[in-house]
Design a protein around this ligand. Sequence first.
Ligand code: ATP
Length: 234
Amino acid sequence: MMLEVDNLHVSYGKIAAVKGVSINIGEGEIVALIGPNGAGKSTLLKTIAGLLPASRGTIAFNGKTIANLPAAEVMRRGLALVLEGRSTLKQMTVQENLILGGYARSDHDEIAKDMEHLLDRFPILRDRLKQRAGTLSGGEQQMLVIARALMSRPRLLMLDEPSLGLAPLITAKILDFVHELKTRDNMTILLVEQNANQALHLADRAYVLENGEVVLQGADLASDARVREAYLGV
Ligand code: ATP
């Protein structure tokens, strides 16, 4: 397994947000994490990325423990997190945002190549290269934060609600691209999505998180009666 999280506990002071979660992801898989607001999905991703401390449990990435390492070190090992809310550097241009995504790399020739490759994949970003990121539409900013994360050449990409607040057509476009990352680039992806229907459709497997715990998991959750009732509205 590329990522193995075992019995992870994370708290904010006295509030326990993640309570004994175990999940894993194999190379080349898209794994979705669904669940209601406040279930602990973002907390889980942030802890894996080293942005929050784990109080108990283990996180292994490519067989090596990464729990409680500094976020920059986790990123250097090939794990990228795209936070919810499209945190572009709004005063900086699209190009500057992309360059920053590759800041930890030393292979400068490859950085330029990767940027070209990404701009081919996101022509809209090429058209806006010199424009300030803050002037992009919501969908364009989402593409930019994903492209910026890819500039670090991650082996595992974690996306926190990439469709949040986007129109259905734009959401479909973003999720199509996520699918392409898997099929064309063999990228491994951990996806948190409010839109359970699309997430389950896209993912190879999924976990349902409720109240800080994994309550269901599997490859065919879209046909699970509890999931259909609680998350798919059928
Ligand atoms: P959402 O989809 O609404 O972002 P989520 O599943 O990602 O939900 P989290 O954001 O991880 O859930 O929150 C899990 C729990 O931790 C919630 O009860 C939330 O109120 C609490 N929480 C999150 N961030 C903080 C914080 N900075 N301080 C205190 N409690 C927090």
